[in-house]
Ligand binder design. Structure first.
Ligand code: NAD
Length: 377
Protein backbone atom coordinates (compact mmCIF):
# COMPACT_ATOMS: atom_id res chain seq x y z
CA UNK A 1 0.00 0.00 0.00
CA UNK A 2 1.29 3.49 -0.84
CA UNK A 3 2.02 5.72 2.16
CA UNK A 4 1.78 9.48 2.56
CA UNK A 5 3.31 11.08 5.64
CA UNK A 6 1.37 14.26 6.44
CA UNK A 7 3.20 16.99 8.37
CA UNK A 8 0.80 19.95 8.76
CA UNK A 9 3.21 22.00 10.91
CA UNK A 10 2.40 25.44 12.29
CA UNK A 11 0.16 28.46 11.68
CA UNK A 12 -1.99 28.03 8.56
CA UNK A 13 -0.17 24.75 7.74
CA UNK A 14 -2.88 22.52 9.29
CA UNK A 15 -5.68 24.61 7.70
CA UNK A 16 -4.41 24.26 4.13
CA UNK A 17 -3.15 20.68 4.55
CA UNK A 18 -6.60 19.59 5.81
CA UNK A 19 -8.09 20.64 2.47
CA UNK A 20 -5.42 18.83 0.44
CA UNK A 21 -5.91 15.62 2.45
CA UNK A 22 -9.67 15.91 2.01
CA UNK A 23 -9.29 16.23 -1.77
CA UNK A 24 -6.72 13.40 -2.04
CA UNK A 25 -8.78 11.10 0.17
CA UNK A 26 -11.86 11.73 -1.97
CA UNK A 27 -9.93 10.82 -5.14
CA UNK A 28 -8.41 7.66 -3.61
CA UNK A 29 -11.81 6.46 -2.41
CA UNK A 30 -13.48 7.12 -5.74
CA UNK A 31 -10.69 5.37 -7.62
CA UNK A 32 -10.55 2.56 -5.02
CA UNK A 33 -6.82 3.12 -4.53
CA UNK A 34 -5.45 2.19 -1.11
CA UNK A 35 -3.24 4.92 0.29
CA UNK A 36 -2.36 5.20 3.97
CA UNK A 37 -2.13 8.66 5.57
CA UNK A 38 0.05 9.00 8.66
CA UNK A 39 -0.04 12.31 10.56
CA UNK A 40 2.96 13.59 12.52
CA UNK A 41 4.29 16.79 14.07
CA UNK A 42 6.98 19.07 12.65
CA UNK A 43 8.13 22.58 13.54
CA UNK A 44 6.94 24.63 16.49
CA UNK A 45 4.19 22.20 17.49
CA UNK A 46 6.80 19.43 17.74
CA UNK A 47 9.08 21.67 19.83
CA UNK A 48 6.18 22.38 22.21
CA UNK A 49 5.33 18.71 22.63
CA UNK A 50 8.68 16.94 22.33
CA UNK A 51 11.34 19.66 22.66
CA UNK A 52 12.70 19.10 19.12
CA UNK A 53 11.51 20.41 15.71
CA UNK A 54 11.32 16.85 14.37
CA UNK A 55 11.82 13.50 16.10
CA UNK A 56 14.14 10.88 14.60
CA UNK A 57 11.24 8.44 14.34
CA UNK A 58 9.35 10.93 12.16
CA UNK A 59 12.39 11.23 9.89
CA UNK A 60 12.43 7.41 9.68
CA UNK A 61 8.72 7.41 8.80
CA UNK A 62 9.45 9.95 6.07
CA UNK A 63 12.16 7.72 4.63
CA UNK A 64 9.67 4.85 4.50
CA UNK A 65 6.91 6.87 2.83
CA UNK A 66 6.18 7.29 -0.87
CA UNK A 67 5.50 10.99 -0.35
CA UNK A 68 5.48 13.64 2.33
CA UNK A 69 2.85 16.37 2.31
CA UNK A 70 3.95 19.34 4.36
CA UNK A 71 2.17 22.55 5.43
CA UNK A 72 4.53 25.15 6.85
CA UNK A 73 6.68 25.65 9.92
CA UNK A 74 7.62 28.57 12.15
CA UNK A 75 6.15 31.53 13.94
CA UNK A 76 7.05 34.33 16.37
CA UNK A 77 6.69 32.03 19.39
CA UNK A 78 9.85 30.14 18.41
CA UNK A 79 11.84 33.01 16.82
CA UNK A 80 14.18 33.51 19.78
CA UNK A 81 15.45 29.90 19.81
CA UNK A 82 18.98 29.16 18.52
CA UNK A 83 19.03 28.44 14.75
CA UNK A 84 19.56 24.67 15.12
CA UNK A 85 16.61 24.37 17.55
CA UNK A 86 14.11 26.42 15.54
CA UNK A 87 11.13 24.98 13.59
CA UNK A 88 12.95 25.40 10.25
CA UNK A 89 15.66 22.99 11.45
CA UNK A 90 13.03 20.21 11.26
CA UNK A 91 12.43 20.99 7.62
CA UNK A 92 16.14 21.05 6.77
CA UNK A 93 16.66 17.74 8.59
CA UNK A 94 13.98 15.97 6.60
CA UNK A 95 15.17 17.43 3.27
CA UNK A 96 18.71 16.26 4.06
CA UNK A 97 17.66 12.79 5.26
CA UNK A 98 15.75 12.18 2.02
CA UNK A 99 18.52 13.72 -0.12
CA UNK A 100 16.06 15.84 -2.05
CA UNK A 101 18.19 17.32 -4.82
CA UNK A 102 15.59 18.65 -7.26
CA UNK A 103 13.18 21.41 -6.39
CA UNK A 104 10.37 21.99 -8.86
CA UNK A 105 8.28 25.15 -8.76
CA UNK A 106 5.64 25.53 -11.45
CA UNK A 107 4.89 29.16 -12.24
CA UNK A 108 1.50 29.23 -13.86
CA UNK A 109 -1.15 31.86 -13.88
CA UNK A 110 -4.79 30.81 -13.89
CA UNK A 111 -6.54 32.93 -16.57
CA UNK A 112 -9.29 33.59 -13.99
CA UNK A 113 -6.69 35.26 -11.74
CA UNK A 114 -4.60 37.20 -14.27
CA UNK A 115 -5.64 40.47 -12.53
CA UNK A 116 -3.69 39.49 -9.43
CA UNK A 117 -0.31 39.54 -11.19
CA UNK A 118 1.73 42.76 -10.83
CA UNK A 119 2.54 42.47 -14.56
CA UNK A 120 0.41 44.25 -17.18
CA UNK A 121 0.39 41.20 -19.41
CA UNK A 122 0.35 37.97 -17.45
CA UNK A 123 -1.70 35.89 -19.90
CA UNK A 124 -0.20 32.51 -20.71
CA UNK A 125 2.58 32.49 -18.12
CA UNK A 126 3.40 28.82 -17.69
CA UNK A 127 6.92 27.71 -16.86
CA UNK A 128 8.77 25.65 -14.28
CA UNK A 129 11.77 26.68 -12.22
CA UNK A 130 13.94 23.62 -11.60
CA UNK A 131 16.47 24.32 -8.85
CA UNK A 132 19.35 22.06 -7.80
CA UNK A 133 18.98 21.74 -4.04
CA UNK A 134 21.92 19.92 -2.46
CA UNK A 135 25.11 21.57 -3.70
CA UNK A 136 26.60 24.95 -4.66
CA UNK A 137 27.77 27.68 -2.30
CA UNK A 138 25.24 26.60 0.37
CA UNK A 139 27.09 23.34 1.06
CA UNK A 140 30.64 23.92 -0.27
CA UNK A 141 33.57 23.62 2.15
CA UNK A 142 35.59 25.41 3.48
CA UNK A 143 33.28 28.08 4.79
CA UNK A 144 33.30 30.43 7.73
CA UNK A 145 34.23 33.83 9.14
CA UNK A 146 37.96 34.05 9.78
CA UNK A 147 38.83 37.26 11.64
CA UNK A 148 39.00 39.94 8.98
CA UNK A 149 37.67 37.84 6.11
CA UNK A 150 34.81 35.45 5.43
CA UNK A 151 34.64 32.59 2.96
CA UNK A 152 32.13 30.40 1.16
CA UNK A 153 32.95 27.84 -1.49
CA UNK A 154 30.97 27.60 -4.71
CA UNK A 155 31.25 24.06 -6.02
CA UNK A 156 29.52 21.75 -8.48
CA UNK A 157 30.50 18.18 -9.30
CA UNK A 158 29.92 16.76 -12.76
CA UNK A 159 27.40 14.16 -11.59
CA UNK A 160 25.37 16.79 -9.70
CA UNK A 161 25.02 18.94 -12.80
CA UNK A 162 24.31 15.94 -15.02
CA UNK A 163 21.44 14.54 -12.95
CA UNK A 164 19.58 17.86 -12.67
CA UNK A 165 20.21 18.63 -16.36
CA UNK A 166 18.77 15.24 -17.37
CA UNK A 167 15.68 15.97 -15.30
CA UNK A 168 15.32 19.40 -16.95
CA UNK A 169 15.42 17.90 -20.45
CA UNK A 170 13.05 15.07 -19.50
CA UNK A 171 10.59 17.64 -18.15
CA UNK A 172 10.91 19.91 -21.18
CA UNK A 173 10.28 16.94 -23.46
CA UNK A 174 6.79 16.63 -21.95
CA UNK A 175 6.20 20.40 -22.19
CA UNK A 176 7.21 23.09 -24.71
CA UNK A 177 10.66 21.56 -25.38
CA UNK A 178 12.79 24.48 -24.23
CA UNK A 179 15.39 24.49 -21.42
CA UNK A 180 16.83 27.82 -20.28
CA UNK A 181 19.91 27.18 -18.16
CA UNK A 182 20.87 29.99 -15.79
CA UNK A 183 24.46 30.77 -14.84
CA UNK A 184 27.08 33.50 -14.55
CA UNK A 185 29.55 31.94 -16.98
CA UNK A 186 31.04 35.31 -17.96
CA UNK A 187 32.52 35.66 -14.46
CA UNK A 188 32.50 32.35 -12.55
CA UNK A 189 34.45 29.18 -13.35
CA UNK A 190 31.79 27.06 -11.62
CA UNK A 191 29.20 28.55 -13.97
CA UNK A 192 31.29 27.97 -17.06
CA UNK A 193 31.69 24.31 -15.94
CA UNK A 194 27.89 24.12 -15.33
CA UNK A 195 27.28 25.48 -18.85
CA UNK A 196 29.66 22.94 -20.42
CA UNK A 197 28.05 19.95 -18.66
CA UNK A 198 24.51 21.11 -19.41
CA UNK A 199 25.45 21.52 -23.09
CA UNK A 200 26.92 17.99 -23.15
CA UNK A 201 23.72 16.52 -21.63
CA UNK A 202 21.70 18.48 -24.21
CA UNK A 203 23.29 16.37 -26.99
CA UNK A 204 21.19 13.44 -25.78
CA UNK A 205 17.98 15.43 -26.24
CA UNK A 206 18.08 16.75 -29.83
CA UNK A 207 14.33 17.37 -29.73
CA UNK A 208 14.70 19.91 -26.89
CA UNK A 209 16.14 23.38 -27.47
CA UNK A 210 18.74 24.63 -24.99
CA UNK A 211 19.36 28.30 -24.23
CA UNK A 212 21.77 29.80 -21.72
CA UNK A 213 21.06 32.99 -19.79
CA UNK A 214 23.18 34.96 -17.33
CA UNK A 215 21.41 35.21 -14.01
CA UNK A 216 21.36 39.03 -13.97
CA UNK A 217 19.77 39.14 -17.44
CA UNK A 218 17.37 36.37 -16.42
CA UNK A 219 15.85 38.48 -13.62
CA UNK A 220 15.11 41.06 -16.32
CA UNK A 221 13.65 38.63 -18.90
CA UNK A 222 11.31 37.09 -16.31
CA UNK A 223 9.64 40.45 -15.80
CA UNK A 224 9.77 41.47 -19.47
CA UNK A 225 8.76 38.30 -21.27
CA UNK A 226 7.82 35.47 -18.90
CA UNK A 227 5.64 33.79 -21.53
CA UNK A 228 8.68 32.64 -23.50
CA UNK A 229 10.02 30.26 -20.81
CA UNK A 230 9.38 26.57 -20.35
CA UNK A 231 11.89 24.84 -18.03
CA UNK A 232 14.27 27.22 -16.26
CA UNK A 233 17.22 25.20 -14.94
CA UNK A 234 19.14 26.80 -12.06
CA UNK A 235 22.00 26.01 -9.73
CA UNK A 236 21.07 26.24 -6.03
CA UNK A 237 21.97 29.89 -5.30
CA UNK A 238 20.58 31.41 -8.50
CA UNK A 239 17.50 29.19 -8.25
CA UNK A 240 16.78 30.49 -4.77
CA UNK A 241 16.52 34.01 -6.16
CA UNK A 242 14.92 33.27 -9.53
CA UNK A 243 12.21 31.06 -8.03
CA UNK A 244 11.09 33.77 -5.60
CA UNK A 245 11.04 36.38 -8.36
CA UNK A 246 9.05 34.01 -10.56
CA UNK A 247 6.61 33.40 -7.68
CA UNK A 248 6.15 37.16 -7.37
CA UNK A 249 4.91 37.60 -10.93
CA UNK A 250 1.88 35.39 -10.36
CA UNK A 251 0.75 37.67 -7.57
CA UNK A 252 0.08 35.61 -4.44
CA UNK A 253 2.15 33.26 -2.35
CA UNK A 254 -1.04 31.32 -1.85
CA UNK A 255 -0.80 30.12 -5.47
CA UNK A 256 2.73 28.66 -5.58
CA UNK A 257 3.19 24.90 -5.08
CA UNK A 258 6.48 23.00 -4.92
CA UNK A 259 7.88 19.50 -5.12
CA UNK A 260 11.30 18.36 -3.92
CA UNK A 261 12.43 15.06 -5.37
CA UNK A 262 15.23 12.71 -4.38
CA UNK A 263 16.67 9.60 -5.99
CA UNK A 264 14.49 6.96 -4.35
CA UNK A 265 12.91 5.12 -7.24
CA UNK A 266 9.60 3.68 -6.07
CA UNK A 267 9.05 1.70 -9.29
CA UNK A 268 6.57 2.30 -12.08
CA UNK A 269 8.05 5.73 -12.84
CA UNK A 270 7.36 6.92 -9.28
CA UNK A 271 9.88 8.91 -7.24
CA UNK A 272 9.84 9.71 -3.53
CA UNK A 273 9.22 13.39 -2.89
CA UNK A 274 8.24 16.10 -0.47
CA UNK A 275 5.41 18.41 -1.46
CA UNK A 276 4.69 21.76 0.16
CA UNK A 277 3.31 25.19 -0.63
CA UNK A 278 6.00 27.84 -1.12
CA UNK A 279 4.46 30.12 1.50
CA UNK A 280 5.22 30.06 5.23
CA UNK A 281 2.99 29.63 8.26
CA UNK A 282 1.40 33.11 7.87
CA UNK A 283 0.92 33.77 11.62
CA UNK A 284 -0.96 36.98 10.77
CA UNK A 285 -3.92 35.01 9.38
CA UNK A 286 -3.57 31.68 11.22
CA UNK A 287 -6.71 30.36 12.90
CA UNK A 288 -9.03 32.62 10.89
CA UNK A 289 -9.81 30.08 8.15
CA UNK A 290 -9.07 32.62 5.43
CA UNK A 291 -5.83 31.07 4.09
CA UNK A 292 -5.75 30.23 0.42
CA UNK A 293 -5.39 26.44 0.02
CA UNK A 294 -4.59 26.52 -3.75
CA UNK A 295 -0.78 26.21 -3.35
CA UNK A 296 -1.21 23.14 -1.14
CA UNK A 297 -3.85 21.63 -3.42
CA UNK A 298 -1.50 22.09 -6.38
CA UNK A 299 1.31 20.51 -4.34
CA UNK A 300 -1.03 17.53 -3.78
CA UNK A 301 -1.58 17.44 -7.54
CA UNK A 302 2.21 17.20 -8.05
CA UNK A 303 2.34 14.48 -5.38
CA UNK A 304 -0.13 12.42 -7.41
CA UNK A 305 1.94 12.88 -10.56
CA UNK A 306 5.48 12.26 -9.32
CA UNK A 307 5.13 9.93 -6.32
CA UNK A 308 1.90 8.01 -6.91
CA UNK A 309 1.96 7.60 -10.69
CA UNK A 310 -1.46 9.27 -10.88
CA UNK A 311 -0.83 12.13 -13.32
CA UNK A 312 -4.38 12.10 -14.62
CA UNK A 313 -5.83 12.47 -11.14
CA UNK A 314 -3.30 15.22 -10.39
CA UNK A 315 -4.48 17.08 -13.48
CA UNK A 316 -8.07 16.68 -12.30
CA UNK A 317 -7.26 18.57 -9.09
CA UNK A 318 -5.90 21.47 -11.16
CA UNK A 319 -8.92 21.46 -13.46
CA UNK A 320 -11.27 21.39 -10.47
CA UNK A 321 -9.49 24.43 -8.96
CA UNK A 322 -9.96 26.29 -12.26
CA UNK A 323 -13.64 25.40 -12.28
CA UNK A 324 -14.07 26.67 -8.72
CA UNK A 325 -12.36 29.94 -9.69
CA UNK A 326 -14.57 30.27 -12.80
CA UNK A 327 -17.59 29.94 -10.54
CA UNK A 328 -16.32 33.05 -8.73
CA UNK A 329 -15.06 31.47 -5.47
CA UNK A 330 -12.14 33.42 -3.98
CA UNK A 331 -10.23 33.43 -0.70
CA UNK A 332 -9.52 36.93 0.58
CA UNK A 333 -5.97 37.20 -0.79
CA UNK A 334 -7.37 36.79 -4.33
CA UNK A 335 -9.62 39.81 -4.25
CA UNK A 336 -8.95 42.54 -6.75
CA UNK A 337 -6.92 45.45 -5.40
CA UNK A 338 -7.49 48.16 -7.98
CA UNK A 339 -7.66 51.89 -8.32
CA UNK A 340 -11.10 53.46 -8.85
CA UNK A 341 -10.35 54.05 -12.56
CA UNK A 342 -9.34 50.46 -13.17
CA UNK A 343 -12.34 49.22 -11.19
CA UNK A 344 -14.70 51.07 -13.53
CA UNK A 345 -12.94 49.55 -16.55
CA UNK A 346 -12.94 45.98 -15.22
CA UNK A 347 -16.63 46.15 -14.30
CA UNK A 348 -17.40 46.53 -18.00
CA UNK A 349 -15.16 43.57 -18.82
CA UNK A 350 -15.72 39.85 -18.70
CA UNK A 351 -14.58 39.45 -15.13
CA UNK A 352 -17.16 42.01 -13.99
CA UNK A 353 -19.91 39.56 -14.96
CA UNK A 354 -18.77 36.75 -12.66
CA UNK A 355 -20.22 37.13 -9.20
CA UNK A 356 -17.37 36.88 -6.73
CA UNK A 357 -18.03 34.82 -3.58
CA UNK A 358 -15.52 35.23 -0.77
CA UNK A 359 -15.10 31.85 0.91
CA UNK A 360 -13.16 30.30 3.78
CA UNK A 361 -10.29 27.85 3.37
CA UNK A 362 -12.65 24.93 4.08
CA UNK A 363 -15.37 26.21 1.74
CA UNK A 364 -12.84 26.44 -1.09
CA UNK A 365 -11.73 22.84 -0.46
CA UNK A 366 -15.36 21.69 -0.33
CA UNK A 367 -16.03 23.41 -3.66
CA UNK A 368 -13.08 21.54 -5.22
CA UNK A 369 -14.47 18.21 -3.93
CA UNK A 370 -17.90 19.11 -5.29
CA UNK A 371 -16.43 19.62 -8.77
CA UNK A 372 -14.41 16.40 -8.49
CA UNK A 373 -17.65 14.54 -7.68
CA UNK A 374 -18.88 15.53 -11.14
CA UNK A 375 -15.63 14.38 -12.80
CA UNK A 376 -15.35 11.06 -10.96
CA UNK A 377 -18.84 9.59 -11.09
P1 NAD B 1 4.53 33.82 4.93
O1 NAD B 1 4.63 33.15 3.62
O2 NAD B 1 4.08 32.98 6.06
O3 NAD B 1 3.54 35.08 4.82
C1 NAD B 1 3.80 36.22 4.00
C2 NAD B 1 2.49 36.95 3.70
O4 NAD B 1 1.72 36.18 2.77
C3 NAD B 1 1.60 37.13 4.93
O5 NAD B 1 0.94 38.37 4.85
C4 NAD B 1 0.61 36.01 4.83
O6 NAD B 1 -0.65 36.30 5.43
C5 NAD B 1 0.46 35.83 3.31
N1 NAD B 1 0.18 34.44 2.97
C6 NAD B 1 1.05 33.40 2.98
N2 NAD B 1 0.45 32.28 2.62
C7 NAD B 1 -0.83 32.59 2.37
C8 NAD B 1 -1.98 31.84 1.97
N3 NAD B 1 -1.93 30.51 1.75
N4 NAD B 1 -3.15 32.48 1.83
C9 NAD B 1 -3.24 33.79 2.02
N5 NAD B 1 -2.21 34.57 2.39
C10 NAD B 1 -1.02 33.97 2.57
O7 NAD B 1 5.97 34.44 5.23
P2 NAD B 1 6.50 35.15 6.57
O8 NAD B 1 5.40 35.99 7.18
O9 NAD B 1 7.76 35.79 6.18
O10 NAD B 1 6.86 33.97 7.55
C11 NAD B 1 6.01 33.50 8.60
C12 NAD B 1 6.67 32.27 9.23
O11 NAD B 1 6.73 31.21 8.26
C13 NAD B 1 8.10 32.51 9.69
O12 NAD B 1 8.29 31.85 10.91
C14 NAD B 1 8.95 31.90 8.60
O13 NAD B 1 10.19 31.47 9.08
C15 NAD B 1 8.08 30.73 8.20
N6 NAD B 1 8.31 30.24 6.82
C16 NAD B 1 8.21 28.90 6.65
C17 NAD B 1 8.34 28.36 5.39
C18 NAD B 1 8.18 26.87 5.24
O14 NAD B 1 7.64 26.23 6.12
N7 NAD B 1 8.60 26.29 4.11
C19 NAD B 1 8.56 29.18 4.28
C20 NAD B 1 8.62 30.57 4.48
C21 NAD B 1 8.49 31.09 5.77
Amino acid sequence: MMKILVLPGDGIGPEVVDEAVKVLDFIFQKKKIKVEFDFELIGGVSIDKYGVPIRDEVVEKAKNSDAILLGAVGGPKWDSLPIDKRPEAGLLKIRKALELWANIRPIKIFPELSYISPLKNSDGIDFVVLRELTSDVYFGQPRGIFGDYALNTMIYRKEEVERIAHLAFEMARKRKKLVTSVDKANVLEVSSFWRKIVSEVAQKYPDVKLEHAYVDAMTYYIILNPQKFDVVLCPNLFGDIISDEAGGIIGSLGLCPSASLGSLDLGGGRIQGLYEPVHGSAPDIAGKSIANPIATLLSASMLCEYSLGMKEEGNLIETAIRNVLSEGFRTQDLLEKKSQDEKKKSQKGKRGKTKIKVVSTKEFGDAVVKILKKFLI
